[in-house]
Design a protein around this ligand. Structure first.
Ligand code: GUN
Length: 274
């Protein structure tokens, strides 16, 4: 079994991005909008800011209270779209419940949409055109798999979870690389049998779902889940201690997909479109 070391690979990517930025005439400027007081979001936004700082990307975090109006948020996004000094805009999700998430995402210029969540970027990805940005988590996972020379072409890939942030774009990106893709979700039948067929298994659920004897011995396991177990320890969707001895490759939590997502986002944030 080989560990997919996201920490190591992310450092390599961040160094490459840092070098690229040091040679750029215009310094990229990422603006992150954080609305409300979700503690996990605060941590994620902080990590993004720290990573940007480390590699020379200018970053600004704009914080709003949870009762911020949709209109104020939309107004700020329009202002950032028109500001030539701002090259990337990221609205941290989830947003407070009274705000229409899609309306907010639709307002971001696709050329500054470093998350790749705007319908124009999603549409380009689906029809096989190059989007301005690929969503950070699936792009980071592909970077990780490529670093370990894992063959995607012709592979049977099983994704657990169908979110707009991970599952759906992951499926599209793997299809683009000629994998055969199955997406499992809460209505799927015979989940265990389908997991067992996977050459590549990507779990993005947020609860312990992949256990001992569920995977085949050459499979590549990518764990996107991250949450605290009852002892307060950070853990993922995969029962690492039991699954890892009986698979080919596995990404740990923490130290797997998490740092890759940040590196992939920084890669996106280093791109500037006019
Ligand atoms: N919340 C959880 N993951 C993400 C992400 O990739 N982007 C944004 N904007 N919010 C998130």
């Amino acid at each position: 079994m080989v560990i997919l070391d996201g920490k190591k690979v992310s450092e390599k990517i961040l160094n490459t991005v840092k070098e690229k930025i040091s040679g750029m005439e215009v310094i990229p400027h990422l603006v992150v909008i954080l609305a409300g007081d979700n503690p996990a979001s605060e941590i994620y936004v902080n990590n993004k800011k720290k990573a940007a700082q480390k590699i020379g990307i200018k970053s600004t975090v704009i914080k709003y209270p949870s009762d911020i109006s949709e209109e104020t948020l939309l107004g700020k996004i329009r202002e950032l779209n028109d500001n030539n000094d701002v090259t990337g805009i990221l609205v941290q999700l989830p947003l407070p419940e009274h705000i229409n998430k899609n309306k907010i995402i639709n307002a971001i210029s696709p050329r500054k949409d470093v998350d790749g969540f705007h319908p124009e970027n999603v549409g380009k990805l689906v029809i096989g055109e190059e989007p301005y940005f690929y969503p950070a988590t699936p792009q980071g996972i592909i970077m990780l798999l490529d670093e370990y020379n894992i063959q995607l072409e012709g592979a049977d890939a099983v994704i657990i979870g169908r979110s707009n942030i991970v599952g759906k774009p992951m499926a599209q990106m793997l299809l683009k690389r000629n994998a055969t893709v199955t997406v499992l979700h809460s209505y799927s039948k015979n989940i265990q049998e389908k997991i067992k067929t996977a050459d590549i298994l990507i779990s993005a659920v947020g609860k312990k779902i992949v256990r001992c004897k569920m995977v085949n011995k050459n499979s590549v396991i990518v764990d996107v889940g991250i949450f605290r177990n009852s002892d307060g320890k950070l853990t993922g969707d995969v029962d690492f201690d039991f699954v890892s001895p009986s698979c080919g490759f596995i990404s740990p939590v923490p130290g797997g997909v998490g740092p890759m997502t940040i590196a992939s986002l920084m890669y996106n944030a280093s791109k500037i479109y006019k």
